[in-house]
Write a new protein. Structure first.
Length: 1142
């Protein structure tokens, strides 16, 4: 049923939402009803609209033929059109609530619920309304909207602008240019007609420009739609449709219209386009230029900073791109020039970053990246600058007359083939800042004519074709290679122009000779040319020349002074040099601005630099000359080889390290010069002094200034090294301190501390801070515990004046230990937890024996468990292979009872890095004679099975990571007995039909007397023997056998409790009944000590059974009570349930 209700609710909600939506459709459909549209205006206006529509239809075929871009420009978003129509309707009627009675009727019909046919009819009506809205702009009273005279619109009329309603502080409208106004054709839009920066248009926001209906338009004058100011700041994206018949577009006509997008089709009727006409528009489609014989020039910046894409074709009628930046900053991928273009103006295609190809219409076989018309006479500056995707080569036509600067800067053009003409006027930096490989002149004569006139940056790229001939040793022609003069020898011509040939190899020569370069030289006997050597002539001669030496030049990097010495080194080596060689070296070095060498030697140059004063320029010249001609030494022109190596050493002054130390507090009245002020160990040597040494310190805090000066002022910064010291002048007052108990007070003196002096109280272990009286007032509640290793407290509320203080340290009691145990963390996780645990351990060990025995077992257990969690504390058990766990986890923790207070303190202060307690259980085949004799005295009916040596070892590690302890100690007894569980060896298990009773005989040295005691099995398990013991020495496993039937009969006849039997055993040890539960521990820490060995150490041969008596009856009573309470709760619950149902 609940599901049905939920489903019904969901269905109801859906119905409500549907009805709400249907109800909302009514007003939308009737917002601009057909009747209201038709009644706007008069019959003449309607006829004008029909004629305009017919003219638009007549131009439809022409418009469609203009391409896909024109179709896109005619497509209009219905929502945008509806919005525009509504806005226009508001403008004409002055109303913002355009609704008819049909709106109410439609809403009521939707509320009552419509049939499917009604809904369909409503949708049809909505569509018709939208169609009416689309043409609504043609039905406006444009005579009221615009100022219009003799076919020219000169702007909005003031009355129209004033009639527009305000929305958010602005008034919104569209610019829709009709075919006619009052029957007169609209042929022109006047200059600055809709300039966005005119004062009368402040606050006006144009949402759309629509010229699609202006079929009679001939002229769009300059700045007609210039998007200056804020009038177009909220205009939406729209396309621009220009109709056939348009002839003139003035300068800046649409400048800055960023939201005009799509393609731009300029009709072929256009004869002129002014400069910057479409600059900064947002067109992102293709551009069609008019094909009109009268349209011959493209002005400057006309299409600058648009986003045109695709291919741009310059029609044949255009012969000159006369203006700068005409098509710059667009995304054309291809430019198609016509063959009749004679001029390309400066920066015409600059920053067209997607441009990959420039070609001439009709040419299809050229591999050039840029083709230029043969009739081109002017190629102005920066034409293709930063067209970064242009790569390959370009041929400048032979008829060129003027070439500007940086034409191909920033492109990937690598080779420029220069024109075969001696009448070209090149700008000297024509090739400036390019990535050229070569600018190839067709002849040596043209190269000689123009190369010297280029600037130094351009000159290096100039070249001309040259065939290089290789001559062998007999000067016979070996081979030839086509190269470029003054360009690298390994260049070759490819489809991409001239570029490096990575596979170039010289012709093979004779075998190599050590110390010589064998190859080819442009001069006879000259140095061997490298593969990338510049071509210096038309002949390469076979050559053998001494190879250049190997130079090792080590510099000193720029650094800050650090007092370390580094070296400048220059070392030359050559296979033909050395003691037995033909050549030797000379090293000559200049430094700074000196003109004479400060170093001249045949020994390699090695010079140390350390200080800031060593910072300067060092130039080392190395000469290689023949030993046979010592007169060549130092004469560089007679060198076999020489070169120089320069470096600049820059060692900067270092910042000194200084941390002056001074006291925070001094007595009031102290002279500043008496206050200690000194540098810290490790500071840069220097002096530090007070700025005003004669001043006197007053009471309270004051600021003193000091200045530091390093000793080494050359290498260390010494200016402005000052600082401040906050020092408090203390006014002292007398105080008397009285102390009781064991503990310390710091400062513990009758001196004169200041008001607010901090006192620290540290009780000895076993004591606590009990009372702090200041002038008779108890202050112990205000004392704060310090976060230190020891338990210390501070008090900083001492008043000014004569003060009496009494501090009482009282002994720690059992209840204090209980409180400490409760405050112990469940998990020891940080240093503070460790301090809390070790502090409690030391307090516990400091208790008197009687007080210690009164501490509850639970408290001792918590302390032992917390100690075991300390990372530097470890408990181990080393057992035989067949032995199970001899101690439970709780029992293992009791091994730590052997830790002394001193050891806990050393763990606390870090003197001990690791503390380990290990229990060792070792099997023994036989025992010493005195042990065997002692065991025999108490053996009775038992037989000996085996022996174990059980011992406890304390291991102290000063270093926590050390593998060997620094000291060890064997522990023979513990203050807390442990419950030991030994596994019966397999070989001692009884055969079938035999009942075997096991026990342990413990043999221990009690002060020089060997005593053996029988410890009976507490768990009565056949496979283990469980005993309680606090002594650790030799344990013997013994057993006594009996028949099963006899044991059974005896069990039936014996009803007397075991405890009663023990009372008659004559043992002077404890006669506590055994608990058969393995996990039970000692009854109370320390309680068995006096009963189980210590008090009766001299009595031998007595049977002993230690353990805790199990409180069976109280346990059963508790269980019955719990069952009774549960039954009562169940009965009560049923009763309540019954009452609820009734």
């Amino acid at each position: 049923m609940k599901r049905g209700i939920a489903a019904g609710c969901a269905a109801l909600m859906c119905m409500v939402m549907v009805l709400s939506l249907l109800g909302g459709l009514g007003p939308v459909q009737a917002e601009v009803p057909e009747e209201s549209v038709q009644t706007e205006g008069n019959a003449d206006r309607e006829n004008g609209v029909l004629e305009s529509q017919k003219d638009a239809d007549r131009t439809e075929e022409t418009t469609v033929s203009q391409g896909e871009s024109s179709q896109e420009s005619h497509e209009t978003n219905p929502a945008d059109t509806a919005e525009a129509g509504t806005s226009a309707a508001r403008a004409v009627t002055g109303r913002t609530d355009i609704e008819s009675e049909d709106t109410t009727a439609s809403s009521e019909a939707a509320a009552e619920g419509e049939s499917s046919s009604d809904v369909a009819e409503s949708q049809k009506g909505l569509q018709q309304t939208e169609n009416n809205i689309r043409v609504f702009s043609s039905q406006l009273d444009y005579s009221q909207m615009y100022t219009f005279s003799q076919g020219t619109i000169t702007g909005f009329s003031d009355s129209y602008l004033n009639s527009l309603p305000e929305e958010n502080g602005n008034r919104y409208t569209d610019i829709v240019i009709p075919a006619e106004i009052n029957g007169q054709k609209v042929t022109k839009i006047g200059g600055s007609a809709f300039l966005g920066s005119t004062k009368r248009c402040e606050g006006i926001r144009v949402k759309r420009i629509d010229l699609s209906g202006a079929v009679n338009l001939v002229t769009i004058d300059s700045m007609a739609f210039y998007a200056l100011g804020s009038m177009y700041s909220e205009m939406g994206s729209c396309s621009l449709v220009l109709n056939k018949g348009l002839a003139t577009i003035g300068g800046n006509a649409f400048n800055g219209q960023k939201t005009l997008n799509g393609s731009l089709y300029i009709p072929d009727s256009v004869t002129s386009i002014g400069s910057s006409a479409f600059s900064g528009c947002g067109f992102d489609g293709t551009l069609h230029l008019p094909e009109n014989a009268s349209f011959t020039e493209i002005q400057g910046q006309v299409f600058q900073r648009c986003c045109f894409t695709g291919s741009l074709e310059i029609p044949d009628n255009v012969t000159s791109i006369i203006g700068n930046y005409a098509f710059s900053e667009n995304d054309f991928t291809e430019i198609v020039l016509n063959s009749g273009i004679t001029k390309i103006g400066g920066s015409s295609f600059m920053d067209c970053g997607q441009l990959t190809k420039v070609r001439v219409a009709g040419k299809t076989d050229s591999a050039a990246a840029v083709e230029l018309p043969d009739v081109l006479s002017v190629l102005d500056s920066n034409v293709f600058r930063n067209c970064k995707k242009l790569s390959g080569w370009v041929k400048i036509p032979d008829g060129i007359l003027n070439v500007g600067s940086s034409v191909f800067t920033g492109t990937g053009i690598r080779t420029i083939y220069m024109p075969d003409s001696d009448t070209v006027a090149y700008t000297t930096n024509f090739l400036f800042d390019t990535t050229l490989n070569a600018a190839v002149f067709p002849t040596k004569a043209l190269y000689d004519q123009y190369q010297p006139k280029m600037n130094s940056g351009s000159r290096q790229y100039c070249a001309y074709p040259l065939t290089v001939t290789f001559l062998d040793e007999a000067e016979q022609v070996l081979t030839t290679r086509e190269t470029l003069y003054q360009r690298p020898l390994n260049y070759h011509e490819t489809a991409n122009g001239w570029e490096e040939d990575s596979d170039f190899h010289f012709p093979e020569t004779a075998e190599s000779m050590v110390g010589y370069d064998i190859g080819w030289s442009f001069t006879k006997g000259g140095k061997v040319a490298a593969a990338n050597a510049l071509v210096a002539g038309g002949t390469l001669y076979f050559s053998k020349s001494v190879s250049a030496p190997q130079i090792t030049f080590e510099e000193v990097k720029t650094k800050e002074y650090d007092g370390k010495t580094e070296y400048i080194r220059c070392l030359a080596s050559h296979p033909l040099a050395g003691e037995d060689g033909e050549y030797t070296f000379l090293y000559c070095t200049l430094k700074g601005n000196d003109s004479s060498f400060f170093y001249a030697s045949d020994e390699p140059f090695v010079y140390p630099v350390t200080d800031v004063g060593d910072s300067m320029r060092y130039v080392c010249y190395v000469q290689m000359y023949e030993k046979a001609h010592p007169e060549y030494r130092g004469k560089w022109s007679m060198s076999t080889w020489y070169d120089y190596f320069a470096t600049w050493v820059d060692i900067r002054q270092a910042s000194p390290v200084y941390h002056p130390q001074f006291p925070d507090h001094v007595p009031a009245g102290t002279t500043v010069s008496q206050i200690p002020l000194e540098l810290t160990i490790g500071d840069t040597p220097g002096t530090v002094s007070w700025d005003v040494p004669d001043a006197v310190i007053n009471g309270g805090e004051q600021t003193l200034a000091w200045t530091y000066i390093p000793e080494d002022t050359e290498n260390y910064i010494s200016a402005g090294l000052t600082g401040e010291a906050k020092i408090t002048g203390d006014v002292e007052y007398p105080i008397h301190i009285e102390r009781e108990g064991k503990g310390t007070v710091d400062p513990d003196t009758d001196s004169c501390p200041v008001a607010g002096q901090i006192f620290t109280f540290t009780p000895e272990y076993g004591y606590k801070l009990q009372s702090v009286m200041v002038d008779g007032m108890e202050m112990v509640q205000r004392v704060q515990q310090l976060d230190t290793g020891r338990v210390s407290y501070t008090l900083d509320l001492i008043p000014a004046g004569q003060t009496e203080m009494k501090v009482v340290f009282g002994p720690v009691k059992t209840e204090d230990l209980e409180d400490m145990a409760e405050a112990l963390p469940k998990a020891v996780e940080d240093e503070q937890d460790i301090r809390d645990v070790l502090n409690m351990k030391m307090h516990y060990e400091a208790l008197e024996e009687q007080e210690k025995n009164s501490v509850s077992e639970d408290t001792v257990k918590k302390l032992a468990g917390a100690l075991q969690q300390i990372p530097s504390v470890e408990v181990r058990t080393n057992l035989p292979e067949a032995q199970g766990e001899i101690l439970s986890k709780d029992q293992e923790a009791y091994l730590l009872s052997c830790m002394t207070a001193e050891e806990a303190g050393q763990l606390l202060d870090g003197t001990i890095g690791r503390f380990v307690v290990a229990m060792h259980v070792l099997p023994k085949d036989e025992t010493e004679m005195d042990v065997a004799a002692s065991v025999a005295q108490v053996l009775g009916d038992y037989q000996i099975g085996t022996h174990y040596e059980i011992s406890i070892e304390k291991q102290i590690f000063e270093n926590a990571s050390a593998g060997v302890p620094d000291r060890t100690e064997t522990i023979s007894e513990l203050s807390i007995p442990l419950r030991l569980v030994l596994t019966v060896p397999e070989e001692l298990m009884p055969s079938e039909g035999t009942v075997r009773k096991f026990a342990l005989i413990r043999t221990h040295d009690f002060g020089g007397k060997i005593v053996s005691q029988v410890l009976e099995d507490l768990d009565l398990e056949a496979s283990t023997i469980t005993v309680d013991s606090g002594y650790f020495s030799t344990y013997s496993v013994v057993y006594a056998d009996s028949k099963k039937e006899e044991e059974s009969t005896e069990a039936e006849e014996t009803t007397e409790p075991e405890e009663s039997k023990e009372e008659g055993s004559g043992s002077s040890e404890s006669k506590e009944a055994g608990n058969p539960t393995k996990s039970a521990g000692p009854s109370k820490p320390g309680s068995s000590v006096g009963k189980n060995g210590k008090g009766a150490a001299g009595t031998a041969g007595q049977n002993v059974k230690t353990g805790d008596q199990a409180p069976v009856l109280p346990a059963i009573s508790g269980i019955l009570a719990a069952i009774l309470v549960a039954a009562l709760l169940i009965s009560y619950k049923k009763k309540i349930s019954h009452q609820e149902e009734s």
